[in-house]
Design a protein around this ligand. Structure first.
Ligand SMILES: Cc1cc2nc3c(=O)[nH]c(=O)nc-3n(C[C@H](O)[C@H](O)[C@H](O)COP(=O)(O)OP(=O)(O)OC[C@H]3O[C@@H](n4cnc5c(N)ncnc54)[C@H](O)[C@@H]3O)c2cc1C
Length: 413
């Protein structure tokens, strides 16, 4: 555990305000648009004009780095400021009203950076950490496969050693942002004879390597943020292995813990617009509605306090623990319930609206968009399993595949 450097909150807040006013635009949030949170706006911008959105995100991130405001909680020796999580909270409070990149560098800054700090070699840290902080590198997470999502340790992408290289063959799926990522954090199986959790290796993949094919998966909304990634005889230097051959499960767990604990508290984004909707429609005095709004608000406040706690753990250099699962579960359920209540309050307008009326249709969008929160980064059921086993100390799920070699599992399956 490292000790966070002391800082003056007012001075930092002022520096952030000056920076944001100079380098970003304020979000215009009308009541009907209130749901469309900043991440959705960024995804839309990437969909509409990817090159332009990437260019402006990169310029912003470089300026942030040059102003000394990138990686506030990263250790100073790795290019950050070594400040406590309070500094990050101040940044998020100030940035909430601005259209700043949150998704484009999300995997790189929130997940890969901390993973390289924890498991990378000196060369890997020197190569990637400054480039992540100054916006030169975007990353994607190459974990899920068609047959390995919740059961991630069942992944079948193979990496076979050939001299100083690994030769990788397999397929990944649901890879967010792979279409523009420079690098991918790849999990592949290097030892088929070891038990499933022990034969996996984490590897840094340059996405421009021959043999990497990225195919977009178009969603029902028309956008294609996900991809399938095919790996055909992809040759990767052995120096790109993180932690060590066969040690990839440790890296995967670190990544997922950071992913689940990441994200600002979303109380304002989820709950505020619903309360506003009730007020503007004159429904805030209705007793059942008030009960539901009060319930949402209380859960939002709990989420906020839980987020603070997880952020503090991360800020003090502690490895994020299973409490990130609690946070993720609460966040997903709150968002879905808020969207459902918002849709109900919208009345008939929530199910049918005139072309060009972007007031009520936002609630439908919210209802559909929030489903993803219960799947991405591990489903609600998997978070409950983790909470049961690792926080409540309940017995592990019965399984007979933890000690058998993966080759035998394949033969049986
Ligand atoms: C918006 C979004 C972004 C994503 N981005 C990425 C990305 O960038 N990179 C990446 O690698 N992946 C990504 N994913 C994939 C995501 O991690 C997987 O979808 C998720 O882990 C679930 O895996 P699966 O889809 O294979 O479902 P399955 O694992 O097949 O699960 C199907 C159902 O069975 C349930 N289930 C499975 N096992 C258990 C169990 N042991 N106990 C109880 N219930 C169980 C699940 O909860 C679920 O309801 C993304 C997904 C979404 C929705």
């Amino acid at each position: 555990m490292t000790t966070a450097a002391a800082f003056d909150a007012d001075t930092l807040r002022q520096a952030i305000r000056v920076f944001l006013a100079e380098h970003s635009v304020q979000r215009e949030v009308s009541e009907g648009d209130a749901w469309r949170d900043a991440e959705q706006e960024e995804l839309d911008a990437l969909h509409d004009d990817e090159a332009r959105a990437l260019k402006s995100a990169t310029e912003y991130q470089r300026a942030l780095f040059e102003a000394g405001l990138a990686g506030l909680t990263w250790p100073a020796e790795h290019g950050g400021r070594g400040l406590s999580s309070d500094a990050q909270t101040i940044f998020q409070e100030e940035a909430a009203a601005y259209a700043v990149p949150r998704v484009t560098f999300g995997v790189a800054i929130n997940m890969v950076g901390p993973v390289i700090i924890a498991h990378g070699t000196t060369e890997q840290r020197d190569r990637h950490l400054p480039a992540i902080l100054n916006g030169e590198e975007t990353w994607c997470q190459l974990f899920s496969e068609p047959g390995a999502g919740s059961d991630l340790a069942g992944l079948r992408t193979r990496a076979v050693r050939d001299g100083d290289e690994l030769v990788v063959n397999g397929q990944k799926v649901w890879t967010s942002g792979a279409q523009y990522a420079d690098f991918g954090l790849l999990l592949a199986r290097t030892d088929i004879d070891a038990p499933k959790h022990r034969g996996i290796t984490a590897i840094v993949l340059d996405m421009h390597t021959p043999g990497v094919t990225v195919r977009p998966l178009r969603q029902m909304s028309g956008v294609a943020h996900f991809n399938e990634v095919f790996l055909d005889d992809v040759r990767i230097p052995i120096a790109n292995v993180l932690a060590g051959l066969g040690d990839g499960w440790r890296v995967a767990i670190t990544t997922l813990m950071h992913e689940r604990g990441a994200g600002t508290n979303k109380r304002a984004d989820y709950v505020g617009p619903v309360i506003e909707q009730a007020r503007s429609r004159g429904l805030a005095g209705d007793r059942p509605t008030r009960q539901r709004l009060a319930d949402l608000w209380i859960r939002g406040r709990v989420l906020e306090l839980m987020s603070d706690r997880v952020m503090q753990q991360r800020g003090s250099g502690e490895e994020p623990g299973p409490h990130g699962s609690l946070l993720k579960l609460l966040r997903a359920r709150l968002a879905k319930d808020a969207a459902e209540i918002g849709m109900t309050l919208a009345g008939p307008g929530g199910v049918a609206w005139l072309c060009g009326d972007n007031h009520d249709d936002r609630w439908v969008e919210a209802l559909l968009a929030t489903r993803r929160l219960s799947i991405a980064g591990g489903t609600d059921e998997i978070q409950r399993n983790i909470i049961g086993e690792r926080i409540l100390g309940l017995p592990k799920e019965p399984s007979n595949d933890r000690t058998k070699s993966f080759r035998d599992l394949l033969a049986n399956g």
